[in-house]
Design a protein around this ligand. Structure first.
Ligand code: COA
Length: 160
């Protein structure tokens, strides 16, 4: 069991590219992804550069003993709203890392004046639904046969 107190939470850095590709392509992440196909290294490189240059503040990674074990990131939808994604290495799930990352990102989103954050979640992803509900997200609508949208409006952090 990992003590969340020894995990470092920080912005992404240049040398995180390969670890993030591994995390994005892990079976536990692809299982609930909208598009379950593996991300190519070329597509990942483009995504990574844009995150690093245009959206540096919009992701937080969790690092344990120099190993990247989780990421949460926001994709802006307009000036005030964004879509959030989170992914924890399967070896480190159910130890509070997801809750810590999501809570930190909600504080950051508040400070960056996002007023609405949405999460598209697979209906059968009960662990994710429970995490988002604990962090103040509420069900908004079913968007397809297998995806639901949860939303959180600003200044709703209930955990701290
Ligand atoms: C969904 C996901 C992000 C959750 O992250 P996580 O780190 O496993 O979540 P947490 O550990 O914070 O919470 C999960 C469970 O562990 C429990 N938990 C929290 N802190 C804990 C701790 N310190 N020790 C033990 N258990 C703990 C929680 O109570 C929670 O229980 P519940 O599911 O019965 O409500 C993660 O499982 C994941 O990356 N899944 C694959 C990708 C994915 O589905 N992403 C979301 C797409 S929308």
């Amino acid at each position: 069991m990992t003590n969340p107190d020894v995990v470092i939470f920080r912005n992404i850095e240049l040398n995180d590219e390969a670890s993030l590709l591994t995390l994005r392509n892990s079976p536990s992440n692809l299982e609930f992804f909208k598009n379950p196909r593996t991300v190519s290294s070329e597509d990942h490189a483009r995504w990574f550069v844009s995150r690093l240059t245009d959206f540096r503040a919009l992701q937080i990674v969790a690092v344990l003993s120099n190993q990247l074990i989780g990421i949460v990131f926001l994709v802006p939808l307009d000036d005030n709203s964004g879509s959030i994604s989170i992914n924890i290495d399967s070896k480190y799930q159910s130890q509070g890392i997801g809750q810590e990352l999501l809570t930190r990102m909600m504080f950051r989103a508040d400070s960056l004046r996002f007023s609405r954050i949405e999460a598209l979640i697979h209906l059968s992803n009960t662990r994710s639904i429970s995490l988002f509900e604990r962090c103040g997200f509420v069900f908004e609508e079913k968007v397809s046969g297998f995806l639901v949208r949860y939303v959180r409006f600003t200044n709703q952090n209930t955990l701290r």
